[in-house]
Ligand binder design. Structure first.
Ligand SMILES: [Zn+2]
Length: 345
């Protein structure tokens, strides 16, 4: 065994001396020092050698291992090879890969654009929590206790609050309007503000319906808020969003929190009014319900309806973005499909 070690050392010395490139050095390293290298094999077999001899062979093997390592290091430095680069098989002169850059989601982008547009018209931007209560979502918005709309909103009620009611029954907000009451309770009129955000409905999804989607609501409260000025405001905002005049129509609608209620539809820009899956083949998209706040809603916000009046506008933000870019399926927004999302960066 001792003579075998002498042979290993002399062979290794010879190979190292004659080596003049990194791949030869590497192969010597593998041949003697790797897990299956000749020297490692000797050290592994020590258990089979009798007592006294084992000690002698072990010591000698370790000395040889040290000597070969030192010789390899000396050779590497003489050849100007660092330990790391000797293991590097890459061409370091190749250009690097630039990391993929993130971008802002198209809905959030549009939200920011609307914030700017409304801000330039004197509106404050307000934010409220996504978890609401029955009190803000329904009670304060003039929904009678047995009103079917409470059920038709398909609200996600939070577990553990089933047996409570009012402020103690929590839900994911089914609409933003409850947030306006929070604002009214904290501020004195006159004021005008917008409050964008995500809302949640437990309903089946299709090309134009999602369980989580974005709304963009505005409320003006003043001593006099003429209907005509609301119409002008809506048209101004739509023009800013689309960069051109958009066909709209106004019709009456019923919502418990407004009196009288209206709905503004815009002509479907995906099909230019011809009919497609986005507009359910009618050529028009319900874009924003609204109307003057019901006196009970103003009262819930601590505002005297005898002195103050107002106007709500509630924009369906997802639909607005779909119209702007001609997107025919709302589910794409939450699909996390980077091929879709990267188009907007
Ligand atoms: Zn259409």
């Amino acid at each position: 065994m001792l003579s075998k070690l002498d042979t290993i050392l002399s062979e290794a010395k010879e190979l190292i001396n004659s080596a003049n490139d990194s791949s030869t050095i590497e192969s010597v390293e593998v041949k003697y020092l790797s897990k299956k290298g000749a020297l490692t094999e000797v050290l592994k077999s020590l258990g089979k050698i009798p007592g006294e001899q084992r000690k002698e062979v072990g010591q000698k093997a370790n000395l040889i291992k040290k000597e070969i390592t030192e010789l390899l290091d000396a050779k590497k430095s003489s050849l100007n090879i660092s330990s790391d680069s000797s293991k590097c098989n890459f061409d370091l002169t190749l250009p690097g890969k630039s990391p993929r850059r993130g971008g802002i989601h198209p809905i959030i982008k549009e939200m920011y654009a609307l914030n700017d547009a409304f801000h330039s018209l004197g509106f404050e931007v307000y934010d409220g929590p996504e978890i609401s209560s029955e009190s803000f979502a329904f009670d304060s918005l003039n929904f009678p206790e047995d009103h079917p709309a409470r059920e038709s909103m398909d609200t996600y009620w939070l577990d553990g609050y089933e047996n409570n009611s009012g402020a103690n029954r929590l839900c994911l907000r089914p609409h933003l309007t409850g947030g306006s009451v929070r604002y009214m309770l904290q501020n004195k009129p006159p004021f005008r503000f917008v409050y964008p955000g995500r809302v949640f409905r437990n309903e089946s999804t299709d090309a134009s319906h999602e369980r989580a989607f974005f709304q963009y609501e505005a409320l003006i409260v003043d001593k006099e808020v003429p209907f005509s000025s609301v119409r002008v405001l809506v048209n101004t905002i739509l023009e800013k969003v689309f960069g051109r005049t958009v066909e709209t129509r106004m019709r009456s609608g019923f919502f418990p929190f407004v009196e009288p209620g209206f709905e503004i539809d815009m002509q479907c820009l995906v099909c230019e009014g011809k009919g497609c899956s986005v507009c359910s083949h009618v050529g028009w998209i319900e874009l924003m319900p609204g109307g003057p706040p019901h006196p009970n809603v103003l009262k819930a916000g601590g505002i005297d309806p005898e002195i103050w009046q107002g106007a709500y506008i509630n924009i369906g933000l997802d639909r607005l973005v779909m119209m702007k870019y001609g997107i025919d399926d709302v589910r794409l927004f939450h699909s996390t499909d980077l091929r879709f999302l990267s188009q907007f960066n």
